[in-house]
Design a protein around this ligand. Structure first.
Ligand code: NAD
Ligand code: WQD
Length: 340
């Protein structure tokens, strides 16, 4: 059985990926500082997958912790989810973001190199493209990250690219996620943002549950079909399957050492599409009002995800209806969002 180290494995995307990997026969060991997640997620993973993954509470910037982990286990690969991800916070606290996301990754890579583990799947983001010239965005589009968060992802991509160039024993997948939403269909795992959510779907869910009163829609004067911003929302379980596909790709002997893929659905949905679909599928009105554009927002973008389909044999299959239904199913079963 192949053993995979999952950094950030108790977080939103990590926890869903662990369920997918364990169900596919991998053994997963989670390293997470719990800075943005709860240890109780492990119990949910165990219920859903039938196996309890080992959780090591530790930080990817802790070289001694990593050395001990690599000495105790023989890993075939690492999936590196651990990172901070709030765009606005990264503008206020850039050093914290660069330290956590960039220094955290170089510390992890040094420990991997020392242990001879040279296969890694990295959580990158569509945010590296900033405001693109056009959509759908191909992987060859120029980088224009607008925040310290986005720049930290672009920096790590450069570091990993240089690493592969220096030593072809490394096998690296850079996966650029678009807008992950949704939850496990059981409603036992989902996104659990601290405080008032910044992102659309968690905000919509909290309006539906009555925790928040009204959704503010940032801008209805964009050059889009209904005037509201368009994004490529992707179901978190499709993303989880994408990681499984990437691991299998890297394990294939003929795989090239560096693969870079957009993980999205290749289509855009507006804020009003999300609100109206959520209301229709769940039978819940979402009171909303239009307010000014949010500074820094891009009018519209979506992925060209055809490379992932060609290379990984992976394609997102879940619809916006599925995303809205599963997000609400999670929220209503966990009304305070906090499963800890
Ligand atoms: P999340 O915050 O739910 O999960 C990240 C996990 O990493 C958390 O459990 C957190 O406790 C842990 N962590 C953070 N810093 C750590 C450190 N130094 N050492 C150990 N653990 C640490 O976020 P998520 O949505 O699951 O995102 C996972 C990854 O995907 C992140 O790298 C994020 O930047 C990237 N990503 C997320 C999105 C998104 O919108 N959710 C989009 C694109 C890329
Ligand atoms: C989506 C749309 C908003 C909240 C962010 C990060 C990106 C990536 C994914 C990590 C936009 C509108 C939102 C609200 C609204 N994360 N909106 N009212 O900004 O596309 O992407 O998450 O890598 O880096 O920037 O996602 O969910 O915040 O916004 O009208 O209360 O919803 O204006 O059009 P975004 P989002």
């Amino acid at each position: 059985m192949q053993k995979i180290l999952i950094t950030g494995g108790t977080g939103f995307i990590g926890s869903h990926t662990v369920v997918e990997l364990v169900s596919a026969g991998y053994e997963c060991i989670i390293l997470d500082s719990l800075v943005n997640s709860h240890a109780a997620v492990v119990g949910r993973i165990a219920t859903l997958s039938g196996k309890t993954p080992l959780l090591i509470e530790g930080d990817v910037r802790d070289a001694a912790c990593l050395d001990a982990l690599f000495a105790a286990h023989t890993f075939s690969a690492v999936i590196h989810f651990a990172g901070l991800k709030a765009v606005g916070e990264s503008v206020r606290e850039p050093l914290r973001y660069y330290d956590n996301n960039v220094n955290g990754t170089t510390t992890l890579l040094a420990a991997m190199a020392k242990a001879g583990v040279k296969t890694i799947v990295f959580s990158s983001s569509a945010t590296v493209y900033g405001e693109p010239d056009f959509s759908p965005i191909p992987e060859s589009a120029p980088f224009r990250p607008a925040s310290p968060y986005g720049k930290s992802k672009a920096m790590v991509e450069s570091i990993l690219t240089d690493l592969v160039a220096s030593d072809s024993a490394w096998r690296v997948a850079l996966l650029r996620y678009f807008n992950p939403v949704g939850a496990h269909s059981s409603g036992m795992m989902g996104e659990d943002p601290a405080g008032i959510p910044n992102n659309l779907m968690p905000f919509v869910c909290q309006v539906a549950s009555g925790r928040l009163k009204t959704l503010r829609i940032f801008g209805n004067d964009y050059p889009t079909a209904d005037g509201t911003g368009e994004r490529d929302y992707i179901h978190v379980m499709d993303l989880a399957e994408g990681h499984l596909a990437a691991l299998r790709y890297l394990a294939r002997t003929d795989a090239s050492p560096l693969m870079i893929a957009n993980l999205g659905t290749s289509r855009g949905h507006s804020v009003l599409d999300v609100v109206n679909t959520f209301s229709r599928i769940n039978g819940m009105p979402i009171p909303h009002q239009f307010v000014a554009r949010r500074p820094g927002d891009v009018p519209a973008y979506w992925a060209d995800a055809t490379y992932a389909e060609r290379t990984l044999g992976w394609k997102a299959t879940r619809s916006l209806e599925d995303m809205c239904r599963d997000s609400w199913n999670w929220q209503k079963q966990n009304p305070t969002g906090d499963i800890g």
